[in-house]
Design a protein around this ligand. Structure first.
Ligand code: NAD
Length: 327
């Protein structure tokens, strides 16, 4: 063990997950000890006003070095990525950012003798050959999207750095993440966030996936808790490092629409599947996360119903103030 995590850098801090992770980490480790970086200006006031922020491109090693030296960074969370749907539109950029980012962060971890690195993976690492129901942790990884390819390569590369160079790098395979603070960044499960905004704003939603498309999902508070739990887990207990399945619940667009109708009875949904349907069809319907439960005590707290109620409450409040889209 190389000591404690004291000075943390979050790259991709303005994204859906990064923007909430940064707030949670600043509460935990102190505002000036958690540095945010992104190629996007923070829309969310909380990021810029609650601690240091830098413009930095994860594919430019020199940008990272300036921040690492200035803030004596010992821990990096790399949340910068091009997600599944955006990745299919621009596969080369997806490779450049996702793989270029991972190798830069891993090399920086060696060069600066860092304590820890966190690099998330995704259920997109799986593919049509993977058992779809209760998908095991250690199984067939043959994704059919560029995003999935980069996630599998990222997992393998990170595990290689653990074994070959002793870098303490950890990662978990997020399912679709649902949240109300920052809009999602071009994934196949984005419908499960958009639907809440449209339900409140217009009382109706046109879904880009079919009614019965069952996918694993998680509410943001569980996602942040899982990420920090894994980051702080005892290294000696970890048999896996960069490919932990984590699960909370699975639902279809039809089931989510029914959960929303309990609170907004007049809500209507129609289905117009687009290119994202094929991506969804290649992913698991549910996830076996027993390895994460065993190695670092993972356990979700939110259900589809408690999440739906919370999402509608939080977004309705913003809507009443005329600030539905003000993050
Ligand atoms: N949100 C989900 O449902 C989900 C599911 C599975 C896995 N993940 C993984 O979680 C991580 C975070 O995802 P997210 O949902 O917050 O994504 P996001 O698209 O919302 O955010 C990514 C952030 O990275 C930034 N970024 C892009 N290119 C960059 C570059 N070259 N340099 C620096 N920053 C750059 C973007 O500006 C954006 O703010 C990613 O690794 C993603 O693959 C997310």
């Amino acid at each position: 063990m190389k000591g404690e995590m004291k000075n943390i850098l979050v790259i991709g801090a303005c994204g859906q997950i990064g923007s909430e992770l940064i707030v949670a980490l600043r509460e935990r480790y102190g505002r000036d000890n958690v540095v945010a970086a992104d190629i996007k200006e923070p829309k969310n006031d909380e990021i810029a006003s609650s601690g240091p922020f830098y413009y930095a491109d994860v594919t430019e090693r020199a940008c990272l070095d300036v921040i690492i030296r200035k803030h004596k960074i010992d821990t990096i969370y790399n949340m910068a990525a091009i997600l599944s749907a955006s990745g299919e539109k621009n596969p080369q950029l997806c490779w450049k950012v996702n793989m270029g980012g991972v190798i830069n962060v891993l090399q920086a971890a060696i060069d600066y003798d860092m304590v820890r690195v966190i690099i998330p993976s995704s259920i997109a690492a799986f593919g049509p050959d993977t058992p779809r129901e209760n998908t095991p942790n250690d199984t067939i990884l043959r994704p059919t999207t560029m995003y999935g390819v980069t996630k599998v390569c990222g997992e393998r590369l990170c595990d290689y750095y653990v074994k070959r160079f002793g870098v303490d790098v950890r990662g978990l395979r997020y399912p679709g993440i649902i949240s109300y603070k920052t809009l999602p960044g071009g994934g196949t499960t984005d419908y499960a966030v958009e639907i809440f905004y449209k339900a409140i704003e217009e009382g109706r939603y046109t879904c880009f996936l079919e009614e019965n498309t069952l996918l694993p999902m998680m509410y943001m508070p569980d996602c942040i808790r899982a990420t920090i739990m894994l980051a702080e887990a005892d290294f000696d207990r970890l048999e896996h490092h960069n490919d932990f399945n984590v699960a909370a619940f699975s639902f279809t667009p039809g089931e989510l629409a029914r959960a929303i109708k309990k609170y907004i009875p007049e809500f209507e949904i129609e289905y117009k599947p687009d290119y994202r349907q094929e991506i969804a069809n290649s992913w698991p319907t549910s996830i076996d996360d027993s390895v994460a439960r065993r190695e670092w005590n993972w356990k979700p707290e939110w259900t589809i119903d408690s999440m739906t109620r919370d999402m509608l409450e939080k977004l309705s409040e913003r809507h009443k103030q005329g600030k539905l889209y003000d993050m």
